[in-house]
Write a protein that binds this ligand. Structure first.
Ligand code: SF4
Ligand code: SF4
Length: 377
């Protein structure tokens, strides 16, 4: 059995968040018990990119500050790090509201620029990773994911949060090498098995629905969720938004790999009642989607069947971010008229949805052809 604690928190007022955090830790015997025999704790928030806090793209600074204060009050040494999809850690952290806690509290900045090669022979699929060096300077990881929708993996929560431990542009290489969601999800599971974060606190006070993980709508859920098990946490949050966890490939593959449990009868829910947080109309991709395959019959019918990124030209500011970060080789985006209109070339597009994820102006959305919705992944 894995335990998941659901704790209501009606705002990001620091005193309320701290109260909810202390209650959450209490279901696991308190923070000293959670980090038994550990001293140096690395906070891993979701700092996808520098956006205003209200847009709910990044882990809220009150959660970050509340956790850091509780750790320091309990004599732990605290650090933080992430490798944003776009922008430097300093710039993104500042925009995400972390400037005050980082200035006022003793929180080390972990080295997320330096790289370290690591082998993981027991992996399901990926036996070699290049990780941020700073991860290895701490005794434990406390993962602080944000609950959001995602174009490729449907949701980004506890498991996907560790993708930020892969430095900079190396993340794009994984998208290129593992374009289909099954292999990409297996890689995420291996990454989590290797890093083994000790504990997870999901920021779902204000989550994101719709065109996530950067350009969706903030959605109030009033919830902080706690667990040692990232699969149980993602599966529980999925059920809360009426998404069958079997649609979340990291849940299925994670259980196979021994990372945790997704089935309801293997999860012990404690804290507030599940029904307080249930949001059946949460806007998330629930329909089956056809996954990209490099080879096979599907290749010929790809553009007919697969979901694809579409640019809304009325919103596009011609900034070029989508072209810069497209990991396909050759790139599946190009300037139709120099500096005026980006255009997709679906022949090369591997459906990683990095362009939709990183577009700073919310100009790219994913369109699923109706014929594609009829066929199972
Ligand atoms: S990232 Fe978005 S706004 Fe920038 S060029 Fe691409 S579609 Fe346009
Ligand atoms: S066009 Fe977008 S979805 Fe297609 S490969 Fe490039 S970044 Fe990925």
């Amino acid at each position: 059995m894995s335990k998941v604690a659901l704790v209501g928190c009606s705002s990001y007022e620091l005193y309320q968040v701290k109260k909810a955090l202390l209650r959450g830790f209490s279901y696991f015997g308190g923070i000293k018990r959670v980090f038994q025999n550990k001293n140096r704790i690395l906070l891993k928030p979701n700092l996808l990119t520098g956006e205003n806090i209200e847009k709910a793209v990044t882990t809220h600074p009150s959660l970050f500050q509340g956790v850091a204060e509780i750790l320091i009050e309990n004599d732990f040494v605290c650090g933080y790090g992430d490798s944003p999809g776009f922008g430097s850690l300093e710039t993104v952290a500042k925009k995400a509201g972390l400037y005050a806690p980082l200035k006022n509290l003793k929180i080390e900045k972990a080295d997320f620029n330096g790289k370290q090669e690591v082998s993981y022979p027991k992996a399901l699929q990926n036996r070699q990773f290049t990780l941020a060096k700073g991860v290895f300077h701490f005794d434990a990881i406390l993962s602080l994911p944000k609950w959001k929708t995602h174009g490729l993996t449907r949701i980004t929560g506890a498991v996907k949060n560790q993708f930020g431990c892969i430095p900079g542009l190396l993340k794009g290489e994984f998208h290129f090498k593992l374009p289909d969601v099954l292999h990409f999800s297996r890689m995420l599971v291996d990454l989590n098995l290797l890093l083994k974060p000790d504990f997870y606190i999901m920021d779902a006070i204000v989550a994101m629905e719709g065109n996530g993980p950067r350009n969706g709508r903030p959605r109030f859920m009033g919830l902080l969720a706690f667990s040692h098990d990232p699969i149980a946490l993602d599966a529980t949050l999925s059920r809360l938004v009426r998404l069958d966890p079997r649609m979340v490939i990291t849940c299925l593959e994670g259980e196979k790999g021994g990372l945790g449990y997704w089935q309801e009868n293997a999860i012990e829910l404690v804290g507030d009642d599940f029904s307080h947080f249930y949001q059946p109309d949460f806007d998330v991709q629930r329909e089956p989607m056809i996954s990209y395959r490099k080879e096979g019959l599907l290749r010929s019918f790809r553009n007919l069947l697969l979901s694809k990124p579409i640019i809304d030209f009325s919103k596009c500011q011609a900034c070029g971010v989508c072209i810069e970060f497209c990991p396909a080789q050759p790139k599946a985006l190009y300037w139709k008229e120099k500096n005026r209109i980006p255009q997709h070339n679906y022949k090369y597009c591997i459906r990683c949805y990095c362009c939709q994820e990183l577009c700073p102006h919310g100009a790219i959305r994913i369109k699923t052809p109706s014929i594609g919705k009829l066929l199972k992944r």
